[in-house]
Design a protein around this ligand. Structure first.
Ligand SMILES: [Zn+2]
Ligand SMILES: [Zn+2]
Length: 382
């Protein structure tokens, strides 16, 4: 599922001008167009990959986000990376080819018959994937059983009962579209529309498959393995091209959209790429110093508490946080040191505390060496 770099997909440099991006995409779109490569899954993937790359790189804002954050930059908000369907791709062509679907004229013009044939597309499938903080930290491969529409094996997805129960559509001769010439006061006008007999598919079915009732699809289960990159976060969407619901009659399957959900961690809290741990130590340890074992994303770690540590101090464990998606940059673990004040005390404890209460060193002396609350907040956001 790992996506190729958009610049590589279009074969342009990272500094390429929009015109160059457009030219390159146009070539790829023509080369891999489904009408030109019927039933070729690889070509179809390439076609969609190029469309997605163009969608992002042709838009200055999305391109900037992509340059900065990689694929994740545009997936969280459902832009680009959220997966494009065929309708989106074809509507993009208006921009690329200057109006209309170019393949009408490109292939249809020379007497070809494929021009108007409709390619059916399966719907997108949405699933949720729950991830622990540890899985977010390292990235994970999840195997998920998905209930979806799959090709009917009885009729091989054709929807026809057997070999003799379908034939090329008589009305359109298999092209899927019909042309009509009408005389108007301005002269002859030719219009092309979807064939009403076969609904644009070019094939007419005389007897339907009894298993799928002519749909070409049945409900089935598929186990899909999903590679989740490290650093994803709650609400992010990943998409896997072609892993959604199947389309009837050799059409293009939809995409699988994966919504990321985070399972809260027992002791650690996430704050962006940082991880926060609330540490409580007792007053004696704060005064005398100690070393304590604390949880981190990758196991336990020992940290030293200096003698005379004030409550509210923030210790920073560099690089012990979460990675940024598609980056080597990692956040830190921040440890908030809280000094525990007893809520109840025994008679003996009370006597000891009474003794200490008025001793010289117990009088608060917040000198210049102690950081103020404001300074600590500022330090946290550095
Ligand atoms: Zn069937
Ligand atoms: Zn027809």
């Amino acid at each position: 599922m790992s996506k190729r770099d958009y610049y590589d997909v279009l074969g342009v440099s990272r500094t390429a001008e929009v015109t160059e991006i457009k030219t390159s995409y146009r070539k790829l779109a023509i080369k891999y167009h489904p009408d030109k490569n019927p039933g070729d899954k690889e070509a179809e993937d390439k076609f969609k990959e190029a469309a997605e790359a163009y969608e992002v790189l042709s838009n200055p804002e999305k391109r900037k986000r992509y340059d900065q954050f990689g694929h994740a930059g545009n997936s969280a908000s459902g832009y680009g990376g959220g997966g494009m369907n065929m309708d989106d791709i074809f509507s993009q062509f208006g921009d690329i080819f200057g109006g209309g679907n170019p393949f009408e004229s490109f292939f249809g013009g020379g007497g070809g018959t494929r021009g108007g044939r409709r390619v059916q597309r399966g719907s997108n499938l949405r699933i949720k994937v729950k991830l622990t903080l540890e899985e977010v930290a390292k990235g994970v491969e999840k195997k998920v059983k998905v209930n979806k529409q799959v090709k009917c094996n009885t009729c091989d997805g054709t929807g026809a009962k057997d070999k003799n129960s379908y034939h090329t559509c008589n009305t359109c001769g298999g092209s899927g579209s019909v042309r009509r010439v009408t005389n108007t006061i301005l002269g002859q006008m030719q219009t092309t529309s979807t064939c009403p007999t076969c609904n644009g598919e070019g094939v007419e079915i005389t007897a339907k498959c009894t298993v799928c009732k002519g749909e070409g699809l049945v409900r089935g289960e598929e186990t899909i393995s999903i590679n989740i990159p490290a650093g994803v976060s709650e609400g992010m969407q990943l998409s896997m091209s072609g892993k959604g619901n199947a389309a009837p009659r050799g059409g293009i399957p939809g995409d699988l959209i994966i919504l990321v959900e985070e399972v809260p961690h027992e002791t650690l809290k996430r704050d962006g790429i940082n991880v926060i741990y609330d540490l409580y130590i007792n007053f004696a340890d704060a005064a005398l110093g100690t070393s304590v074992e604390i949880p981190t994303i990758d196991g336990k770690a020992k940290i030293k508490i200096e003698p005379g540590t004030q409550g509210g101090k923030i210790l920073r464990l560099k690089g012990k946080g979460l990675p940024e998606v598609n980056s080597y940059h990692k956040g830190d673990q921040l440890v908030y040191v809280n000094v525990w004040t007893p809520k109840t005390v025994s008679k003996e404890e009370k006597e000891l505390l009474e003794k200490l209460k008025n001793s010289a060193n117990f009088k608060p002396q917040p000198g210049k060496s102690e950081k103020s609350f404001f300074e600590r907040i500022k330090e946290y956001f550095e």
